[in-house]
Design a protein around this ligand. Structure first.
Ligand code: ADP
Length: 404
């Protein structure tokens, strides 16, 4: 069966068509600037040149039509008709407390995704637009929602509660939810397979280090703690997000600079992290280039980024009563040897030690631990689209009355 994976943002729509008999990508692409001047679609059929189509797209429905046109186009298309798409899997940011797994999309599921808009105000409305566009354009095709928060729903209250008056939890559902759950689930399971171990009995710290970064403590295959919170702002130093800080900072800068909370939150979300400290870029590669040229602010940003990860590895080891494996994934975690070294520097006392040569080699899934390390340090490239497609396939195959 072919499965179309959709990740809809407010002005973009990413897609990937997968052949699930072989788990291969048939084509992928992105619609950008939806509803803005200069809308375009970039479509890449596997093994062929990328095609760029400039055409106005005033909403997600038009974008979905463009995607289907591109997929079925006689020259750069990959299927002959929409009927060759067996199901659609949607990435949805916030499932709140109701979704601890993936679900076939129906009106009840949509109602909960809508209920969660206050918790994911930037993403859930965009995800809803993506789902509604698909429902409009391919009404007979089953669809599945895969939530970024779902994997973290196994956290115990002592990990997910904030020490606020409980009323905020009871009335407004203020708590830690965590994000990147699809990635933490995938890499922790792959790590267990890679080590030839059952998930039961394994204690894994997963480090998803990309533009947005998060970590999770995964014990017996279940998330018991994670770094992102009510929103993706908590935790690591990220591209533009501050991560952890004293909440009093918000009140202080508001008072001192005469700005409102909304502006302060925008600073914490969009102007902080690597960008705020370096003063010039949120992209780790830019920072590394600047460090080579002696830029001290870029160096400070890198040191803060790695130091926070190291502290979290220690705290998650404590939370799990030890650690068997540390897993690095996503853009920075998969690609940068120096950063991996800095993140685990000084953790030899816990049995975490990297082999420099193995760490420097490029490749896919691999063990970069030193021979005398008692904790395995692994690199596991993440594949969120594959997880979404697998979940979609599994749910759709079990639908009653599914055509053979
Ligand atoms: P997103 O969260 O947008 O999915 P990615 O997982 O693609 O992000 O990660 C993007 C980040 O990875 C950027 O900060 C980029 O600079 C960084 N990155 C990619 N390759 C490297 C590399 N070789 N060294 C350091 N950082 C890298």
């Amino acid at each position: 069966m072919n499965i179309l994976v959709i990740n809809a943002g407010s002005s973009s729509l990413k897609y990937q068509l997968m052949d699930m008999d072989h788990e291969t990508i048939i084509a992928k692409g992105i619609c950008e600037r939806i509803g803005i001047e200069g809308s375009n679609l970039q479509h890449r059929p596997t093994g062929k040149e990328q095609v760029r189509i400039e055409k106005p797209m005033s909403n997600h429905i038009q974008a979905m039509r463009m995607v289907l046109d591109a997929l079925t186009d006689p020259t750069h298309g990959v299927i002959t008709s929409m009927d060759e798409i067996g199901a659609v899997g949607h990435r949805v940011l916030h499932g709140g407390e109701k979704f601890a797994g993936s679900f076939i999309i129906d009106d009840d599921v949509m109602a909960v995704v809508r209920e969660n808009i206050p918790l994911g105000p930037l993403h859930n409305p965009a995800n809803i637009m993506g789902i509604e566009a698909c429902r409009e354009v391919m009404p007979a095709t089953p669809m599945v929602a895969v939530f970024d928060t779902a994997f973290h729903q196994t956290m115990p209250p002592k990990a997910f509660m904030y020490a606020l008056p409980q009323d905020y939890y009871k009335r407004l559902r203020v708590r830690k939810y965590g994000f990147h759950g699809t990635s933490h689930r995938y890499v922790s399971r792959r790590a267990a397979q890679f080590l030839g171990r059952q998930e039961q009995g394994l204690r894994i710290v997963t480090c998803h280090l990309g533009n947005g970064s998060s970590m999770a403590a995964v014990k017996d295959g279940k998330c018991i703690d994670t770094s992102m919170g009510l929103t993706p702002l908590e935790g690591m130093v990220m591209g533009t997000r501050s991560g952890d800080l004293d909440p009093a900072v918000v009140g202080f800068i508001c008072e001192q600079d005469g700005i409102d909370v909304q502006e302060a939150m925008s600073i914490l979300n969009k102007k902080s992290g690597l960008l705020g400290i370096s003063g010039f870029s949120s992209d780790m590669r830019d920072l590394l280039n600047a460090i080579d040229e002696g830029n001290a602010d870029a160096r400070l940003a890198l040191d803060m980024f790695c130091y926070r990860i190291r502290k979290y590895i220690g705290s998650y080891a404590a939370a799990m009563g030890g650690v068997d494996a540390v897993v690095f994934t996503a853009g920075i975690g998969e690609n940068n040897a120096i950063i991996r070294e800095l993140c685990v520097e000084g953790l030899e006392f816990m049995g975490i030690k990297i082999n420099h040569e193995k760490n420097a080699l490029r490749g896919g899934e691999r063990d970069i631990s030193a021979d005398d390390a008692t904790v395995r340090t692994l690199i596991i490239p993440t594949d969120e689209e594959l997880v979404i497609a697998r979940d979609t396939l599994e749910l759709v195959e079990n639908l009653p009355g599914k055509p053979a």
